[in-house]
Structures are given as structure tokens and as C-alpha cells.
Design a protein around this ligand. Sequence first.
Ligand SMILES: *[C@@H]1O[C@H](CO)[C@@H](O)[C@H](O)[C@H]1NC(C)=O
Ligand SMILES: *[C@@H]1O[C@H](CO)[C@@H](O)[C@H](O)[C@H]1NC(C)=O
Ligand SMILES: *[C@@H]1O[C@H](CO)[C@@H](O)[C@H](O)[C@H]1NC(C)=O
Ligand SMILES: *[C@@H]1O[C@H](CO)[C@@H](O)[C@H](O)[C@H]1NC(C)=O
Length: 422
Amino acid sequence: MKAKTADRWCGALLVLGIMRLVDSLPASDVDIWKDEEDERTDTLLEFNATGVGATMDFKRMPRVLNFFPVPFVEECRAKDGRRRGICMNTYECRIEGGKSSGFCALGFGVCCIFTASCNGRIVNNLTYFVNPDYPDLTRGMSSCSLSIKKTNPEISQIRLDFIHFNLGQPNRSTGVCERDVFLMTAPNATKEIKLCGINSGQHVYFDVENLDQNVEITMTLSKKAVTRFWEVIVTQIPFTQRAPPGCLQYHEGDRGLIQTMNFADNGRHLAEQDYTICVRQELNMCSIIYEPCHENAFRIAPNSEIDDIDLDVEPSLEDGEGSGEIDFEEAARALELCNDKIVLPCDSEELIMPEMLGINPGSCSLTHCGSTLCPSGNSPCRIESSVTPFTIGVHFGPSRIESSPEDNLGMCLTYEQLPCVN
Ligand SMILES: *[C@@H]1O[C@H](CO)[C@@H](O)[C@H](O)[C@H]1NC(C)=O
Ligand SMILES: *[C@@H]1O[C@H](CO)[C@@H](O)[C@H](O)[C@H]1NC(C)=O
Ligand SMILES: *[C@@H]1O[C@H](CO)[C@@H](O)[C@H](O)[C@H]1NC(C)=O
Ligand SMILES: *[C@@H]1O[C@H](CO)[C@@H](O)[C@H](O)[C@H]1NC(C)=O
């Protein structure tokens, strides 16, 4: 895809080149392209076929881009090399409310950067949503809203990339976003996204298929003197590039990092979260290994009213490890105790066992809560699964009991995909 657009740019250059040379060279003289690839000649012919060249006005060269038979969008980097923009001509960029930052397309276009802030409206792909005082912190504001309009009806999802996301923390003992709330909704949408705290580096997908009204982001902010700072890339995802339905997050690559929301120093996992994290199965990869980021990277108190359960105790089984009878009643009861839980698919249904019973250490447990991802004593803690698609369920209910933030930091995992063996 990228190579193709690059070729088109080259095509554009070639065509311009020809036009410039039009007085001195016969149009049929293609000798100068002799050492170029065939495809470029194709582009040339295709362009020739539109007959645009004949009506070209050299004094308005940037507008040449408007004459391309296919509307083409090429991403570019801003002058500072940091932000991403869309390559277009100066005129278009100004009309669409962007800001040009440096050149692109071999100098024929400008890199157009779109930004929006509170009470703004997004009508373009690839727009940066920032706090009003960005790049400084914003203090003492009480609300902020943003409307996102689909750039075309075929858009399937809106993706938000939180480069920076620093809002007020949730209630420390319940995890509920009370003072600061970031809410993403749309009329008739199946789900809404509700966040607060620190989520820099995270991303989310919001499904907008079959929705024709705008997506709204509403931030309700407590007036207390909290400083806030955010920079969010809003991308419009066409059907062909969408994340699998139902995935709030979609990680790509052989290895990566997965965190629950508001996983941070002095953070606490949020209440009322119910979503799936997906990992794209990469080419020739058949299984995946999850490992906690560090010793304290798994802290999810069960959020259960029954408080006499010590999750770290490994009950002894009468018949010895891995053999014989399993107390299903006890297992089921134990499962229910994890009101807040992480769910990893298991390779085999027989192995679906709550970790806290300590049955079959090292085998897959379906639900996880407590202070360790693996059955206690398993070190290093690594969980492997070949169930595809690769998914992790995050289910944090409403707060039933108050419990300490230290026991509720949430989860940070690294993952690595393993090649198929055969
Ligand atoms: C390209 O333009 C030239 C000159 O106008 C013409 O002779 C030729 O047939 C055109 N080629 C195509 C594929 O239309
Ligand atoms: C946190 O939530 C609890 C239970 O709803 C409430 O009693 C407490 O006042 C809240 N804490 C703060 C700081 O708002
Ligand atoms: C969408 O929601 C509106 C109210 O919010 C409702 O009137 C309408 O029937 C809904 N449309 C569909 C297709 O569900
Ligand atoms: C929006 O931008 C992203 C990133 O460049 C791109 O992958 C996507 O195809 C674009 N969406 C549309 C509708 O062009």
C-alpha cells in the first residue's frame, strides 16, 4: 500500500517532469525512463489516458494533486518529526483547517497536521485532540467535549491513541471514576468507554459501524486543583483495517506490553470495566506467552464480600498433585469469588481450574485474581496458550467493598508469540 502510493508520487513527479519538458521533448520520447521500472510507465500512461496534461496550468502547480484519478492519502511526518499528518496541497490543508508543517511528496505537498481541543469538532482522519493549554498543563477546568464526525460512511471504528492521558485519579478505595470522567459515546452505540487516571501509551477502538451520528467525547472534570494534560490521536479506521469486533484493544507485533487502564505508580485499576484485549496472531506464530512485567505487576483483589479467603494459600489435595478427583464444587465457588478478574483462554477445558486451588500448577487457569497471575510458587510466572484468537478478558465489576489501592494496582503483562513447530 505504502509502496504503491510512493509510486504514485513518483508518477506525479514524472508527469510534471514531462510537462516541463513538453516543449523540448516529443511526448512519445520515453527514452529518459528507460532505466525506470515498468510500473512507472504504467502510471504515466494511465495519467496520459485521462488527458489532464493538456489542460495543465503550470502556475498553480500545487493543485496538480487534485487531478489525480484516484484520491490518495499519504501519511507524513511534521517538521519536528514527531506528529503525523496527511500530505496534501497547501490550499486544501488551509481549507480543511489544518496547519502545514514542512513539505512532503518530494516537495509537492505540505504535511498537514490537524488538531482539536475542547468544544471542537473532528472532521478529518488523524487529528490530535489536546488539552486547551497544550503543551502546558491545564488547571481548573470543569468540562470539555469533542465531536467526531465519520469522514465517510464506510468508517468502521474510531481508534484513540493516548500519547498522553493524565486526568484525575478514580476513588482510591473503589476505583470508580468520580471526579474526573472521560466518556466516549455515540447514539445507538453498543458500548461506551469510561476512563480516568493515567492512560498514556494505551489505545482503544470504538465501534461506529452502522452509526451515522457523531461520536461524542465528554469529559467531566472536578473543579478541584488537579492539573490535566492529554494528547490523543483520533484515527478513522476503514472496514479493511479494522480490529476484530469486540476488541477494545488490539495489539500487533510478535511481542508487546499489555496493561489494564490506570496502571501507574499510585494508580488503581478502574471499576466497571468489561472488555477484551486482543493480540493479532502474527504470521507463522502459533502460541503466546504472557509474563508479568515485574513482581508487583498483578494485583487484582477479588472484590468479593467473602473476605476470609487467602488467595496465596495453596490447599493441599488429598490425592496429590495433578491426579484424581477434583472438587468441582469448590472450584465453582472459588471462581465466583473473583468478581474482579482477568480471563485467559485455556488450551484444554479439562484444565479450567481456578488458580487459587493450586491444582495443576503451571497449567492454564481460566480466571485470575489476587496477587499473582500464576499459581503461587510458580516462578518465573509464565502462561502459555495456543488458543486463537489471542485474547485477554478484563472484567472489573462495580465496587462491592472498599479495598486498598495497593491490592488493586491492576495488571501489566508482556507477551511474546511463539513460532509454530511442525
Ligand atoms: C498518450 O498521449 C499521446 C499524445 O497525446 C497519445 O498519442 C497516446 O495515444 C496516449 N496514450 C494513451 C494510452 O492514451
Ligand atoms: C470513595 O467511595 C466511597 C464509597 O462510595 C465513599 O464513601 C468515599 O467518600 C469516596 N471517596 C472519595 C475521596 O470521594
Ligand atoms: C437510535 O437511537 C435513537 C434514540 O437515541 C432512537 O430513536 C432510534 O430508534 C435508534 N435507532 C436505531 C437504528 O436503533
Ligand atoms: C486514517 O489514517 C490511518 C493512519 O494513517 C490510515 O491507516 C487509515 O486508512 C486512514 N483512514 C482513512 C479512512 O483513510
